[in-house]
Design a protein around this ligand. Structure first.
Ligand code: GLP
Length: 270
């Protein structure tokens, strides 16, 4: 079972992630971080950036691989995940931009019609992750429909990085980043597959707010099903799910998760 940690707010979740990743980088200066976009990880990146600064941690060798990218958006578009990862992670942490990769980088905004390029990009991305020695810790958000990365319901649990069609609800959810205009939200994306994500050595999923409660209940306490892609975390030997009270509100074993965490020996970490 994944470990479920119920926190007061995003800041507390961010500190737990920040501490774990800072300790990882101290022990392994060329650690490979799996990076996610969305609002959920923002406090975690800020917490990590603060620890890196306060403790003068050398991050010059840290490497990063983002989860996903829209198809057809120029890399310079402010809502491309390339731009978002650089704005929210690379710059605040002071990472070397050459060490951080986003699945759409090789596509460079190529249109949906460019089949040859798009078909090759997924396997090449998975190979690059493998060549880097695999991802040490992968941060994840979750969509209201249970997607992780952009693996929409129905995604194969064995999938590698590939093109996917976005569900309309995801485009509605993300329209807030595109002048509230769904027509500006791309219809397709390239995303690490569920199989890719499951290869990371540690998964940390963050979810906050009532809007995520149903997806979290399905993820943690539902059956493992491609219909709730995040439920694949149940198959992972080291998955940590950090939620606030609102996102935890539909968990039947919430009291047990709290009890287990408050009685956990400090040496176990997350
Ligand atoms: C997008 C991203 C996901 C992210 C999700 C939730 O769809 N592709 O990686 O987890 O949004 O975003 P938020 O954290 O803003 O709720």
């Amino acid at each position: 079972m994944a470990e479920v940690i119920v926190v007061r707010n995003q800041e507390e979740a961010g500190e737990i992630y920040g501490r774990a990743v800072a300790d990882l980088i101290k022990a392994k200066p060329d650690a490979v971080l799996g990076l996610a976009t969305g609002s959920s990880p923002l406090a975690a990146y800020q917490a990590l950036a603060k620890i890196v600064k306060d403790e003068s941690i050398d991050v010059s060798k840290v490497r990063g691989f983002a989860l996903d990218e829209y198809i057809g958006l120029p890399l310079t578009h402010p809502q491309s995940y390339h731009a978002t990862i650089h704005r929210t992670v690379v710059e605040p942490l002071g990472l070397n931009p050459a060490n951080v990769h986003v699945p759409g980088d090789v596509l460079n905004g190529a249109p949906l019609e460019d089949g040859d390029k798009i078909k090759a990009a997924g396997p090449a991305y998975d190979a690059a992750i493998e060549a880097a020695g695999g991802i040490d810790v992968q941060i994840l958000g979750i969509g209201t429909d249970g997607h992780v990365g952009f693996n929409e319901p129905g995604s194969s649990i064995a999938s590698g990085t590939r093109i996917k069609t976005l569900v309309e609800q995801t485009r509605i959810d993300n329209a807030r980043f595109f002048d509230n205009d769904i027509n500006q939200v791309p219809t397709h994306c390239i995303t690490q597959g569920i199989g890719t994500i499951l290869k990371a050595r540690h998964l940390v999923l963050l979810a906050f707010g009532e809007g995520k409660a149903e997806a979290i209940a399905e993820t943690v306490e539902g059956g493992v099903s491609a219909f709730c892609p995040a439920s694949a975390l149940q198959l992972h030997p080291h998955a940590t799910i950090i939620v606030d009270e609102a996102a935890a509100s539909r968990l039947r074993h919430k009291d047990y998760y709290k009890y287990a965490y408050s009685h956990k020996p400090a040496w176990q970490g997350i």
